[in-house]
Ligand binder design. Structure first.
Ligand code: FES
Length: 155
């Protein structure tokens, strides 16, 4: 009898949590594009590349930090990973920023800016545009770090 009550209560809690999750997602859809929600909830390229060829860690004016690490071979970005302690938008921006440069030449990756990131997410609310700037600043710094290491090897 007691066990039955636990099971019934457990089902009620699960059902309430499902309902709450659906309401939260419905509220997010009023503000964010489906792409932004998808990348925030299921980000791609999360992590750090060991023995990276280019790396940067940047803290934005909001106080959130992003890291990007690159694997580059023959001036082509083979892999890119990001990490952030920031908001859902910064997670979405890190996800698309790293996705946009994978497979590109270093010169092509340098052209990825905050506009490219915003376009890939079908936009962000004005209050979250700085999250795309944080991702593009981190990306540029990681590429700069890679180029500096190449120059140092040539000397
Ligand atoms: S609020 Fe700081 S990066 Fe989004």
């Amino acid at each position: 009898m007691l066990r039955l009550n636990f099971e019934q209560e457990g089902k009620k809690v699960t059902s309430k949590l499902d309902e709450l999750e659906q309401r939260i997602i419905a509220d997010m859809r009023k503000v964010y594009s489906q792409k932004a929600i998808d990348h925030a909830m299921n980000p791609q390229n999360v992590g750090r590349i060991k023995d990276t060829d280019g790396y940067a860690r940047v803290t934005g004016p909001c106080g959130d930090t992003m890291e990007i690490s690159l694997r580059v071979r023959k001036r082509k970005v083979l892999d890119a990973k990001f990490w952030t302690d920031g908001c859902g938008s910064s997670i979405a921006c890190g996800s698309v920023a790293t996705g946009l440069i994978k497979g590109k030449s270093v010169a092509g990756a340098q052209k990825v800016d905050s506009e490219s990131i915003l376009n890939a997410l079908d936009g962000l609310p004005e209050s979250n545009v700085h999250c795309a700037v944080l991702a593009s600043d981190t990306l540029r710094a990681a590429i700069k770090n890679y180029l500096a290491s190449i120059r140092a090897k040539v000397k």
